[in-house]
Write a protein of this length. Structure first.
Length: 149
């Protein structure tokens, strides 16, 4: 069985993780919005776009408590705005060619696209049924692709 860490890597703000979605009523992929003490705190569902507290699903391991003598460590919080995440990812893709968006074109993970309404975006996920998730400066959108004849 593949562990969460092997599947998604070390948890970090802007990264992906599995969480039980309260709206979808399933354990689904989420984007980590904030973390406390190195663990996801708030997440956003990649399916319904709902934001909620991180909820460990049935298949997730429970981390043992490591509290000592009643002393509390200060809480470390980190939050990344969509625009900051977009700018960080665009910095990594500055030499990538920009492809004009068309529903007829087929895109792959990591492609940089130019959409007429949303601007420049990065393909974050390629789904079945001709859909892609694209991270734009202000939001993440699900678009169709590969509908050419």
């Amino acid at each position: 069985m593949t562990s969460i860490k092997e599947l998604y890597g070390t948890p970090k703000v802007g990264g992906d993780t599995l969480s039980a979605c309260s709206r979808c009523k399933m354990e689904l992929a989420h984007v980590i919005v904030s973390m406390i003490d190195g663990r996801p705190s708030k997440v956003q569902c990649k399916t319904c776009k709902g934001q909620h507290n991180f909820k460990r699903g049935a298949g997730m391991p429970v981390r043992a408590a490591t509290r000592s003598s009643g002393t509390k460590k200060p809480v470390q919080r980190s939050v990344v705005r969509v625009a900051e995440l977009w700018e960080q990812k665009m910095g990594e893709k500055r030499t990538a060619p920009m492809i004009p968006y068309s529903i007829k074109a087929t895109f792959k993970l990591g492609d940089v696209i130019q959409h007429p309404n949303f601007g420049v975006g990065i393909v974050e996920d390629v789904r079945k049924g001709g859909k892609i998730s694209v991270l734009f400066r202000e939001t993440e959108k699900t678009l169709v692709h590969g509908m050419g004849t």
